[in-house]
Design a protein around this ligand. Structure first.
Ligand SMILES: [Zn+2]
Ligand SMILES: [Zn+2]
Length: 246
């Protein structure tokens, strides 16, 4: 048994066939996303959080402990957040801020939610220890457009800016994770505004934290981003596509 996710064996001219490295397992596929799904269903035990040749014949010594879940089945204090989505059998969960955000910008939003966010992260750290964290902020944006008849109009879009994935290694790192995430997001927003010809921030719509097993974030490049009609689009906006992991 193994705590680290087994890496696929890559072959093929474009390196695009991924074979499962587990003994006697014939599985192969072409996307990392499918590979991860296979690992989850065939080789991972959510109770002890180990990988094994065949999870069906595995006799778990930690039944019911759900160590592979972000919250390990524990009851969290969800005063300020609610569980927004749960995927990969609970080994990735996102929490959304419950209260309305009436701050005008990203900086002020981070300042407002920091106490509640730190509290939730501390609680999750106590349950699950090591995990990766991603923050995402939904921003309602607007730009002026000229209609066909020549009159002025406004175009609106809800755009999600996401931080990079930061490792939650100690409770003491939470403050710097939040600072770093704020800076990631502001940078992406600025790039978007600079390249997006005239978009302005109208209001901050949502604040989410996604937490997961480190392995699930290991190949974050595998998560797709919507093509944007301008340059410098490296991984930051996904028009209303937020809850699609693969
Ligand atoms: Zn396999
Ligand atoms: Zn087990």
């Amino acid at each position: 048994m193994n705590l680290q996710p087994p890496q696929p064996i890559r072959s093929g001219t474009n390196n695009n066939v991924l074979r499962c490295p587990m003994v006697n397992c014939p599985f192969y596929c072409r996307s990392y996303c499918n590979y991860e799904g296979h690992l989850e269903t065939r080789h991972f035990c959510i109770d002890c959080a180990n990988y094994m040749p065949d999870s069906e014949s595995h006799e778990c010594h930690k039944p019911g402990q759900r160590m592979g879940y972000v919250d390990a089945g524990a009851k969290l204090d969800l005063t300020d957040f609610y569980e927004y989505s749960r995927s990969h059998g609970g080994s990735m969960i996102s929490y959304k801020y419950k209260h309305s955000l009436n701050k005008p910008d990203i900086e002020a939003t981070f300042a407002e939610v920091e106490p509640a966010t730190s509290k939730l992260l501390k609680e999750l750290y106590a349950i699950h220890t090591l995990s990766k964290v991603e923050i995402s902020i939904g921003v309602q944006m607007e730009k002026e457009v000229i209609e066909e008849n020549g009159s002025k109009g406004y175009k609106q879009a809800l755009i999600y800016f996401k931080s990079l994935h930061h490792e939650l290694e100690t409770p003491a790192s939470i403050h710097s994770i939040l600072l770093q995430s704020a800076s990631d997001i502001i940078e992406k927003k600025n790039t978007f505004v600079e390249n997006g010809s005239g978009w302005n921030v109208q209001r901050i719509e949502s604040f989410e934290i996604k937490l997961g097993e480190i392995r699930l974030f290991a190949n974050s490049k595998a998560s797709g981003h919507l093509q944007m009609p301008f340059k410098h689009r490296q991984g930051y906006t996904r028009f209303q596509e937020y809850n699609r992991w693969c």
